[in-house]
Design a protein around this ligand. Structure first.
Ligand code: HEC
Length: 137
């Protein structure tokens, strides 16, 4: 087997195999944790700790929101349903049109039914639940 083939197989394993493996190990219905979903899908803009300082933040005209301050900016209450809709993009979010925060509902739906991937609804809810755990006091 050529080196290239091995390299492609390894890359495929990283891109496709990891979520399935994670699910098999944990044995839970939730296949990938909300934290992992966040790190893979959101951290590039919103930062690895959600504070709005991801590597792509510098090239965006409007900075990505500090996601640890959602509760603080809402009288101390984390508005879970609203955050769900903002991520799924049922609600318009200022800046998303021009800065193209991906439409995660559509994006996650494309993976539905593939081994190792849960439904868009389960995955977005997992991210919402994770965001709730990183709210600043
Ligand atoms: C390509 C960059 C990018 C990615 C990737 C991204 N976002 Fe965003 N996000 C933004 C920008 C820019 C804004 C709007 C900032 C503004 O208008 O003030 C935003 C706003 C938001 C808001 C609205 C906050 C508020 O209170 O109005 C939420 C919630 C949010 N993002 C969550 C997420 C989550 C969860 C993910 C991953 C599933 C994600 N974002 C991925 C760029 C991104």
């Amino acid at each position: 087997m050529s080196f290239n083939k091995i390299a492609i197989l390894c890359l495929g394993g990283i891109l496709l195999g990891t979520p399935a493996l994670a699910g098999e190990k944990s044995g839970q219905t939730q296949i990938v944790s909300g934290e992992d979903e966040f790190l893979w899908n959101c951290a590039e803009c919103h930062g690895f700790e959600g504070k709005g300082d991801g590597p792509l933040a510098k090239v965006l005209i409007k900075p990505p929101t500090d996601l640890t301050a959602i509760a603080r900016n809402n009288l101390g209450v984390f508005p879970g349903e609203k955050v769900f809709r903002m991520i799924a993009q049922a609600d318009e979010v200022t800046g998303h049109q021009s800065f193209q925060m991906p439409k995660f509902w559509e994006r996650f739906q494309q993976s539905e039914g593939r081994r190792g991937y849960d439904t868009a609804e389960v995955r977005i809810q997992a991210i919402v639940d994770y965001l709730e755990t990183i709210q600043a006091p």
